[in-house]
Design a protein around this ligand. Sequence first.
Ligand code: KG4
Ligand code: ZN
Length: 359
Amino acid sequence: MTNPTIVLGIETSCDETAAAVLADGKEILSSVVSSQVDLHKAYGGVVPEMASRAHIEMLLPVVEEALKNTPKNTPPLTAVAATNGPGLIGALLVGVSAGKALSLALNIPFIAVNHLEAHLFATFLDEPDIELPLVVLLVSGGHTMLILMREFGKYEVLGQTLDDAAGEAFDKTARALGLGYPGGPEIDKLAASFEGEDNIKFPRPMLSSAMLSASSFLEGEAKEKKGGKRKDKSDKLNFSFSGLKTAVVNYIRKAEQNGTDISTPAVAAAFQNSVVEVLSKKTVLAVEQFGAKAVCLAGGVAANSQLREEFQQLGVPCYLASREMCTDNAAMVAAAGHWHLMRGDTSELNVSVYPSLKL
Ligand code: KG4
Ligand code: ZN
């Protein structure tokens, strides 16, 4: 019997310093995440320079702990994988430099991993046999995109946010409501606690026009299949969340001007209803248009309770990573790294970091 592959994953793209050890691309032997949330809380968001410094301090202890937490008799590392984009440049450099140094010292391959691809692999960790084509909704603090996967490793971006990411909207709205950082979990909790009548209605950005243009889009697809030229894909599968945040801010301001109290749980619930409805309806549109067999929900916002519930009722099989695997971690980086390693797709040690790396 051959030894399993043992991949060390390193993640430092934003405000989590993480390391994990993964066997054969599926068994998490250890996973350590050190969050800098407390450090950035006072500023209501991540301060890049502070993030880089904290990564420098935490990375080696976190890697050491991940290695120490593996079961006895774990074979030596086969490869090391680290996120090289997208993310904060200084933060990325810390993880990538450490990964390259380990690769050189241990004489094992280094694999540079795209953070967005790593988020997808978080789901494949639990469900390696997903049916294709697959529509993925990737929703995090920095990204909101609908992706079509006709085969593993090939990604077609169907739509994305034109302004704020969904997670960013959660964070900014939470700040407007005087809640803590990160805002997503806070709004999630508050919305779940709301039992009153749902009579605040915030806009559903870019949804009604999307539903209206769905039929013309399908006509375009049919035309293209017949050899004709299809019109532009339009904004149907794109998103926009900055106006929704402004609608919440205006609602709060108006109440202040009128001297009326607002119910924070009611506003949180109304905001979340809007985000969840837009995300799920657009995902359904994508599934219908591209004949997807399944849906996968990935990224930090995929930890949202209402979104998870809604996605389980979409009418197509839905794959969800566990909540811990939705937010930034290194097991997902190791999983993506393993997949590339199996294809001989390893990186040169002069590979750079790319803050705006695309999928
Ligand atoms: O994927 P992630 O950990 O980091 C990025 O790559 O951006 O996502 C972080 C984002 C934050 O905006 C956070 O507020 C949001 O995910 N988030 C949530 C929940 N948990 C984390 N949003 C809504 N509901 C949650 N339960
Ligand atoms: Zn992320």
